[in-house]
Structure formats: structure tokens, C-alpha cells
Design a protein around this ligand. Structure first.
Ligand code: ZN
Length: 138
């Protein structure tokens, strides 16, 4: 369930519980015990629904907070990339990467650095590099 659905469910359950309490307050003492027990059971059910909705929302908020932390911890590669001859090169590449060149289209669509290969001279009519993933030529 999405956090918004969980919150909507919770608000609905709280509204039902509030209405039940209002109904109980308005009772003039003539309510039979069986009716009273039924209304109390409805009230308990509405409160349980509200509690479940809050638990769902809490779970979703925790998942979102974790995702935000992950994204914040990810170094911003874009700051290290520069466009030269229509392909990306990395400034100061880490030991596990080469300087490039990398496919700009693949990086823009999935933030993944895909090395492009240099085309043989006979095939360079439309560009010098070929991306093996998106097939673009630069
Ligand atoms: Zn590509």
C-alpha cells in the first residue's frame, strides 16, 4: 500500500471512530446493552484500522527515508563528467574506471556509464564511437 493510501485509510478509520463516539455521547441512556456492545465493537474495529494504517504509513516512510539516505550517499558522477567530441570523459577516474569515453545517452537515461567503442576508420562516416547498449553512434 502506498503511504498516501495508508494515510487516507487511517483518516477514514479515525472519522468512523469519531462518529461512533459522537453517537455514544448522544445516547440518552435508553440504548440497550446489546446495541452498546455492538457500537463499542465497531469503535474498537475503527481504532484497529487506524492503527494498521499508521503502521503501513510508518513502514513506507522508513523505506523512503532509507532510499533518500542511499541517494544522498551516492557520489554525484555528473560533476566528474565532461562532454568532449559528443561523448563523456571522466575527470580523475577512480581506480576501477577508465577515463572513457562513455555513452552520454545511456548515462542520461539510466545514470550508468557504458564505455563506447571506437569504430574502425572505414565505418566513421556518421561518427567515431559506437555504444554497444543503445547502438548510438557519436
Ligand atoms: Zn548508449
Amino acid at each position: 500500500m502506498s503511504e498516501l493510501a495508508a494515510i487516507t485509510q487511517t483518516l477514514t478509520a479515525i472519522k468512523v471512530a469519531s462518529d461512533l463516539v459522537k453517537g455514544l455521547r448522544a445516547v440518552d441512556g435508553h440504548l440497550r446493552e446489546a446495541e452498546l456492545k455492538m457500537k463499542i465493537a465497531d469503535l474498537a474495529e475503527a481504532l484497529a484500522d487506524a492503527r494498521l494504517g499508521i503502521l503501513d504509513a510508518q513502514e513506507e516512510i522508513e523505506a523512503l527515508q532509507n532510499r533518500v539516505k542511499q541517494l544522498e550517499a551516492k557520489p554525484d558522477l555528473r560533476l566528474k563528467l565532461e562532454l568532449r567530441h559528443n561523448v563523456y570523459y571522466m575527470k580523475d577516474p577512480p581506480p576501477d574506471r577508465t577515463e572513457g569515453p562513455y555513452c552520454p545517452a545511456c548515462y542520461e537515461s539510466s545514470e550508468t556509464l557504458i564505455p563506447v567503442t571506437m569504430l574502425p576508420p572505414a565505418m566513421r562516416s556518421s561518427g567515431n564511437f559506437h555504444c554497444p547498449i543503445c547502438e548510438a553512434v557519436y
